[in-house]
Design a protein around this ligand. Structure first.
Ligand code: NAP
Length: 260
């Protein structure tokens, strides 16, 4: 019998739904195993779903993730709170399709070697203290020197998150592309960069280098690290993919309609 973990947003509504779900799954013979689950169910929002994938990054080969949304329909959360019995039915009868979400990875070069981080939505370099200069190279071809607050590099799932707020395009489900979006770029006679979102092939390798990352943060989804002594970071799609139980009857465009 499959082992499951339930991760909630922590609010009263999510806790209540999670308790009902927990009981229903235990009654069907499943067991709770927060450390080595086969199924991870989140109750909350897209943010809760992101955190669950980060928590189980080492279990992606084995785990299937299922998201229940306590608000409006989410992008990664496919079941509404009053559909908990449908979720249990789909899970036990294998009636819902499983899709894969490729993760992004960033290699950060430091004086002591390289450190790798993973993201579901996006990887951002942000400097809110001073103008950040970033030399952007794609597949070893120099593109531009960007000056401004920073850059957001997102995949398809992240296209509706920070990328959208920064003026990036929404990529339809299934389009596993990379998108580079400026975060308040400076554009005048002396400094010029592309100034519009750039969507590129999924196997692209993006390098951002700078002589001075002082004050800059590397943000990967809800996580962040300081880039103070870094010279170069490299971003691409990772080999790791998260398996997500989805809904054939919930069209992507219906989710988009919830955004406005
Ligand atoms: P968070 O509270 O977990 O999320 C911030 C908002 O972004 C929430 O409304 C969340 O939806 C929504 N969201 C997250 N992933 C999404 C996706 N793939 N598509 C559409 N909406 C999505 O915030 P956090 O802990 O700071 O960071 C988590 C993520 O939030 C980041 O990866 C970033 O993309 C996004 N974020 C966006 C902005 C912005 O747009 N200015 C600022 C900060 C962070 P739920 O309410 O369903 O959880």
């Amino acid at each position: 019998m499959p082992k499951f973990n339930l991760i909630t947003k922590g609010d009263r509504q999510s806790e209540g739904v999670a308790a009902t779900l927990r009981e229903a799954l235990l009654q069907r013979g499943m067991t709770i195993d927060p450390e080595n689950p086969d199924i991870v169910i989140t109750v909350g929002g897209d943010g809760t779903f992101l955190r669950a994938i980060h928590r189980h990054l080492d279990d992606l080969d084995r785990c299937v993730f299922i998201g229940m949304h306590t608000g409006t329909l989410g992008f990664t959360t496919n079941y509404a709170t009053d559909e908990w019995d449908l979720l249990v039915y789909d899970l036990t009868n294998h009636t819902a399709p499983i899709v894969t979400i490729p993760l992004l990875k960033v290699d950060v070069e430091t004086e002591n070697g390289s450190i790798t981080y993973h993201a579901v939505n996006e990887i951002r370099v942000e400097n809110i203290i001073r103008t950040q200069l970033l030399n952007v190279t794609i597949n070893q071809t120099f593109l531009e020197t960007f000056r401004g607050t920073g850059l957001c590099i997102s995949g398809q799932v992240g296209s509706t998150a920070y990328n959208r707020s920064a003026g990036g395009a929404i990529l339809q489900e299934g389009l596993d592309l990379l998108q580079i979006t400026e975060i308040t770029g400076i554009h005048h006679r002396a400094y010029r960069s592309l100034g519009s979102p750039l969507v590129i092939a999924k196997d692209s390798v993006i390098t951002l280098d700078s002589d001075d990352f002082h004050g800059a943060l590397l943000c990967y989804d809800h996580e962040s690290v300081k880039l103070d002594h870094v010279r170069k970071i490299t971003i691409r799609y990772a080999k790791q993919k998260a398996q997500v139980m989805t809904r054939a009857d919930k069209h992507y465009f219906d989710r988009i309609k919830n955004l406005f």
